[in-house]
Write a new protein. Structure first.
Length: 103
């Protein structure tokens, strides 16, 4: 079923339609639920074929922010939370490295 490899939105729509019919005839309830979910969101999914842009980058940043929030168990104010996000995302150390001795 190479829906995501389609170059044109019309090709992807035709391939999805074929897959949807197959999934519906399969009569397995979990597969039908997924097929219906994709069909209900198909207009939004089609924008990928028109623009070839996903939200993966923003989801990655969002998961990093949630990780900082979980590691800290809460911040007292927004500025400290923002600083924690910057440190984590930039992979900064809290303590500076010692200066190398010059010869």
């Amino acid at each position: 079923m190479f829906i995501w490899e389609g170059i044109y939105p019309s090709v992807a729509e035709r391939r999805f339609g074929d897959w949807y019919q197959w999934a519906w005839r399969l009569r397995l309830e979990p597969i039908r639920k997924v097929a219906l979910l994709i069909k209900n969101h198909w207009l939004n999914i089609q924008t990928y074929f028109a623009h070839r842009i996903t939200n993966a980058g923003s989801e990655t940043i969002n998961s990093k922010i949630h990780r900082v929030k979980a590691m800290a168990r809460g911040f007292r104010n927004r500025d400290r939370f923002r600083m924690g996000i910057y440190f984590y995302c930039a992979k900064l150390d809290l303590y500076p490295r010692p200066l190398a001795e010059s010869s």
